[in-house]
Design a protein around this ligand. Structure first.
Ligand SMILES: O=c1ccn([C@H]2C[C@H](O)[C@@H](COP(=O)(O)OP(=O)(O)OP(=O)(O)O)O2)c(=O)[nH]1
Ligand SMILES: [Mg+2]
Length: 143
């Protein structure tokens, strides 16, 4: 499946880094470095504009290495790119560490997963089918 894309950056298109990677790493598109101070959130441009086929979304997820080593994550994770969105894909990072983090043009700051989705309708009802679980949740089965 191909996705139509405009790349206004000087960076390579997002790519799967290994043969069975689920996510394509996304690169920052910056004219100058951005410093993210502790607890700051920053919307990072990618220079990418995509046209997803009907029935597909793109999810923006954090990279675990950046999270573990630098406390950098995607604040709205997983970010949702709608199939009808035509604006620039941007990535909302937050620095949860106690030290500054510098983002440079071309840095791989997040990953994009292309996924199918379904839109549901509602069947308004007075009662739901009984189950063993019922309303139990939030750890009610123990540890
Ligand atoms: O990480 C993200 C999340 C969203 N978007 C773009 C694509 C998406 O289709 C649009 C709207 O995102 P979302 O629905 O999450 O935001 P909203 O706050 O509900 O805005 P809207 O009212 O525009 O839907 O913003 C991004 O570029 N990056
Ligand atoms: Mg929305």
């Amino acid at each position: 499946m191909n996705v139509k894309v405009i790349n206004k950056s000087n960076n390579p298109l997002p790519a799967y880094e290994t043969i069975h990677s689920a996510g394509m790493d996304m690169r920052a598109f910056l004219e100058s470095d951005i410093t993210i101070r502790p607890m700051d959130r920053v919307l990072i441009p990618t220079g990418l504009y995509i046209e997803l086929p009907d029935g597909y979304e793109a999810q923006i997820r954090p990279r675990s290495g950046l999270a573990l080593k630098n406390g950098i994550t995607v604040l709205n994770s997983p970010g949702t790119i709608d199939a009808d969105y035509r604006g620039e894909v941007k990535i909302l990072l937050i620095n949860l560490s106690d030290t500054e983090f510098i983002v440079k043009n071309g840095d791989r700051i997040a990953q994009m997963i292309i996924a199918r989705y379904e839109q549901a309708g509602w069947e308004l009802s007075g009662e739901l089918t009984e189950t063993t679980r019922g309303s139990g949740g939030y750890g009610h089965t123990g540890v």
